[in-house]
Write a protein that binds this ligand. Structure first.
Ligand code: ZN
Length: 314
């Protein structure tokens, strides 16, 4: 029995599918989320209420939220950009509203066409409304480590945004390495310092695998005491010609790493693979996760062991 545990926030249906090429059909989205719910995951970000013209891939947000089978004990969240989006979300059975702001002014301008302060000002009303409707709140700080337009992001800026979230009743802040610029040393230091400054606020780690450092960064965050990790089944996300190239850390790999480290995630790997299989069918490609191909390591010989692919042995 593990004496350490972690919570995985599955963001594939939102963060992953919003960038996948083409339209992932609504019934398949619903089936994907149902399979994720059945795997033991306790948190799933299912969609986004960003304007359908901006993200056509998620234009079926309402149908998805109304179509899924809600598993008791699972928290289903949706990303919301503004008050209008929040009102639409609150008409659905969504449990949690997720907000997002960039720690980089340039990125926030490009992303939503306003300053970070203007974003925060708009969130106050949303937060009030969502809390009044009995929904919980999660806040993303995106480009929390580095930004392709601004370069280094001062820690103080991340801290100020997290505090602003806390002031409006947000219980959890997820720090995003949106374009995969962070490294494990930076992550460990930043997460440890922020956790020290932000007592009472839950910190989550959200790593993209753009440069292959997603898992290393997740490990570093765990070392710094973080116990909430965002990931995408199948490493979803990125450009259609190279599935997963810019995606989140893959849930299968994260679950495997944590479980191998003795950290209980509550996720049944075989059941999680049912979600991976669906993605591979629908997108007609192989998932961008290592462990989905290799299976979990077999520490005991016997039936059910997945034989490794033939290799030269050195
Ligand atoms: Zn992301």
């Amino acid at each position: 029995m593990a004496d350490d545990n972690a919570v995985i926030v599955e963001v594939g249906p939102r963060d992953g599918l919003q960038y996948e090429g083409g339209f992932f059909p609504t019934p398949d989205k619903i089936e994907l989320i149902n399979r994720l719910s059945a795997s033991g995951l306790r948190r799933i970000e299912v969609t986004s209420f960003v304007h359908p013209k901006v993200i056509p891939a998620l234009r079926d947000a309402v149908e998805v939220l109304e179509g899924i089978r809600k598993e008791p004990g699972v928290v289903y969240s949706a990303l919301v950009p503004n008050l209008k989006g929040c009102r639409r979300a609150l008409e659905t059975p969504v449990d949690e509203i997720a907000l997002f702001v960039s720690a980089s002014e340039a990125h926030n301008q490009k992303n939503v066409g306003m300053s970070s302060q203007e974003s925060l000002a708009g969130f106050k009303e949303i937060a009030k409304l969502a809390l009044a409707e009995g929904r919980s709140l999660r806040g993303y700080v995106v480009t929390a480590f580095g930004c392709p337009y601004e370069g280094a992001i001062p820690e103080q800026r991340v801290l100020a945004l997290a505090r602003a979230y806390a002031d409006m009743g947000v219980a959890e802040v997820s720090l995003g390495d949106t374009t995969g610029m962070a490294n494990p040393v930076m992550v460990r230091q930043r997460m440890a310092r922020l956790a020290g400054e932000l007592e009472g606020l839950r910190l989550a780690a959200h790593f993209h695998n753009s440069r292959g450092l997603g898992l290393a960064n997740a490990y570093a965050a765990h070392e710094a005491g973080v116990r909430i990790f965002d990931s995408s089944v199948g490493g979803l996300g990125g450009c259609p010609t190279a599935v997963g190239a810019m995606g989140n850390v893959a849930s299968e790999d994260l679950v495997n790493m944590l479980e191998e480290m003795g950290v209980d995630t509550g996720v049944d790997f075989a059941k999680l693979m049912k979600a991976t299989e669906l993605i591979e069918q629908v997108l007609s490609t192989r998932a961008a996760s290592y462990t989905s191909r290799q299976g979990r390591p077999a520490w005991q010989a016997g039936p059910g062991r997945k034989e490794p692919a033939a290799c030269s042995g050195d």
